[in-house]
Design a protein around this ligand. Structure first.
Ligand SMILES: [Zn+2]
Ligand SMILES: [Zn+2]
Length: 265
């Protein structure tokens, strides 16, 4: 009997030990992810300057049919390096997952990140997560589509299935639209435009009053049409992108100045 009680007590003790270990682990996981669970725009300075972080790791997550083109990834690397001060460099990591069932709400997109993201900010390396979704946004209608969304301080979704559909998978068009969407959403995690109400330009010179959080300059990367488009406008936009030769960039008068104010180039 005594032996039984001892055994029983031991089992309870072990259960407590295991349970508290599990709790510690969960707490540790939550803590280690806390830095990447902040509001959009709140890490702009950490991304742009070398004050807190000396390097950046961008994790690209996709299922095999939805990998962006190599040209898009190369252009993306050039784009980031041109803007950030990271003396220890910028690196890309690719994480391949299975197709997820769309269309997606943003809360579903957050759940996918919880399950699939493997790289979090640690020590002097700031981590960014980009999911190239295997489905459309559930807010799409018969006339408008969402191409991408920046929904947290270091989290972006690109609706790759949508991009492939609207470009009929023509590689040149697809690359142009992928790169434009990706750079535009990255501009949002850089804090553009006025995401944290900290625009350095007084008055309404910079932020478009008709399309908040976007730039008033029509050929700037942060002009609103780069994010969601009506299907009717999309043809025209693709033509404009083609005529530009290059992917749109930040306008030098407003957007670049805001980035420089936060330690970027
Ligand atoms: Zn936007
Ligand atoms: Zn601009």
């Amino acid at each position: 009997m005594i032996c039984f009680i001892k055994k029983f007590a031991f089992i309870i003790l072990m259960a407590l030990v295991i349970f508290s270990c599990k709790e510690d682990q969960d707490n540790q996981i939550q803590q280690s992810r806390a830095e990447n669970r902040k509001a959009l725009g709140s890490s702009a300075e950490d991304l742009l300057s070398d004050d807190s972080y000396k390097s950046m790791t961008v994790e690209m997550v996709f299922s095999p049919a939805y990998r962006p083109t190599q040209q898009t990834l190369d252009a993306f690397m050039t784009f980031i390096n041109a803007r950030v001060n990271k003396p220890d460099g910028v690196s890309f990591i690719e994480t391949i997952i299975s197709d997820q069932n769309g269309p997606f709400s943003i809360s579903q997109i957050r759940n996918i990140e919880n399950e699939q993201r493997t790289i979090y900010t640690q020590q002097q390396d700031i981590a960014v997560y980009v999911y190239f979704a295997s489905g459309n946004a559930n807010s799409d209608t018969s006339t408008t589509v969402t191409l991408g969304t920046a929904y947290q301080n270091t989290s972006i979704v690109i609706y790759e299935k949508t991009l492939q559909e609207v470009t009929n998978n023509i590689q040149d068009d697809l690359t142009r639209l992928e790169a434009t969407t990706l750079h535009h959403e990255f501009g949002h995690i850089f804090g553009l435009v006025n995401i944290q109400n900290d625009d350095i330009h007084p008055g309404n010179k910079h932020e478009d009053p008709d399309h908040l959080k976007h730039c008033i300059i029509e050929d700037c990367l942060m002009y609103f049409e780069a994010q969601s488009v009506t299907k009717d406008n999309l043809k025209g936009q693709m033509q404009r992108l083609k005529a530009l030769q290059n992917i749109p960039n930040f306008d030098p008068d407003f957007c670049i100045q805001d980035l420089q104010a936060k330690g970027g180039n």
